[in-house]
Design a protein around this ligand. Structure first.
Ligand SMILES: *[C@@H]1O[C@H](CO)[C@@H](O)[C@H](O)[C@H]1NC(C)=O
Ligand SMILES: *[C@@H]1O[C@H](CO)[C@@H](O)[C@H](O)[C@H]1NC(C)=O
Ligand SMILES: *[C@@H]1O[C@H](CO)[C@@H](O)[C@H](O)[C@H]1NC(C)=O
Ligand SMILES: *[C@@H]1O[C@H](CO)[C@@H](O)[C@H](O)[C@H]1NC(C)=O
Ligand SMILES: *[C@@H]1O[C@H](CO)[C@@H](O)[C@H](O)[C@H]1NC(C)=O
Length: 230
């Protein structure tokens, strides 16, 4: 009885650790929503977007469900938020609309919106340029002291520009205003997609797969030992 209890301890410990890491990751994801006080207001651009997409308001964010059931930030309203720098919005990289107006931003990282491929409505203070330049957007306008960047253009096939330079066995895809992403075609992987063969499954599994594997291994080991000693 006593030994059995002791044997289970490591597995239980790993499981609890795993839960803690999972929880802190989930909480981190919401950090950008608490960047300043208040919540998304009903009459605002993000508020209207949120109610028309049946999203859930959490602080300065509008959350929506992915098909997988996971909640993602689909709208972010950091207007009137005393922002001076913009470089840490990655948690909102799946957002469709972001409002950064009514802030005195004097430093915006060039890569601030890298990976924001769904972003189609960005509201900035009037003195700021749209990220990626005017050519990265369908429409750029100045309205009520705000810069509106609307309709993100696909950098891969812009007329009059040289097509984005992806290696031979790769496909170009949008990756935020002014950015593109080369993803290897089926059966190719590695540097410049030059290696042929199946993509290594381990890399796809990532940390979640790894910790589940360790947990299963521990459980298996402890249970097997327990079974033997019976
Ligand atoms: C926004 O609208 C919701 C429902 O339409 C309402 O419950 C909420 O009180 C409103 N919030 C504000 C700040 O007006
Ligand atoms: C997402 O789905 C969960 C569970 O079905 C639900 O409780 C939650 O309110 C949904 N969130 C949104 C934004 O629809
Ligand atoms: C910005 O927020 C302050 C207080 O937080 C408020 O007094 C002010 O009216 C707000 N400005 C705008 C334009 O909403
Ligand atoms: C803006 O940010 C960059 C990179 O984070 C930094 O090197 C630069 O000094 C900053 N400029 C100002 C004026 O804060
Ligand atoms: C981008 O478009 C805006 C509005 O049409 C204009 O004011 C601005 O000068 C343009 N910027 C560049 C670099 O062309």
């Amino acid at each position: 009885m006593k030994t059995g209890h002791n044997q289970l301890n490591p597995a239980l410990f790993v499981f609890i650790l795993y839960l803690c890491i999972y929880r802190s990751r989930q909480q981190n994801e919401q950090q950008v929503c608490q960047q300043c006080s208040g919540a998304v207001l009903n009459g605002s651009a993000v508020g209207e977007f949120c109610s028309s997409f049946a999203g859930r308001v959490a602080g300065r964010c509008c959350l929506g469900n992915e098909t997988s059931g996971r909640e993602r930030i689909i709208g972010l309203d950091l207007s009137n938020c005393s922002l001076t720098h913009v470089d840490n919005l990655q948690e909102a990289s799946a957002a469709f609309i972001i409002d950064l107006s009514i802030n005195s931003i004097f430093n915006m990282s060039d890569t601030a919106f890298q990976g924001f491929s769904k972003l189609s409505h960005l509201i900035l203070p009037a003195d700021m340029a749209c990220p990626g330049g005017n050519s990265s957007w369908e429409k750029v306008e100045l309205k009520e002291g705000k810069r509106l960047c609307k309709g993100q253009r696909n950098t891969c096939n812009q007329p009059g520009k040289t097509p984005a330079n992806c290696p031979e066995y790769a496909q170009c895809g949008p990756y935020g205003p002014g950015f593109f992403e080369c993803s290897c075609a089926d059966n190719y992987h590695g540097y410049k997609c030059l290696r042929e063969g199946q993509f290594p499954a381990l890399q796809v599994l990532g940390p979640l797969g790894a910790s589940t594997f360790v947990l299963s291994l521990l459980l298996w080991l402890t249970q097997r030992r327990k079974a033997k000693s019976l």
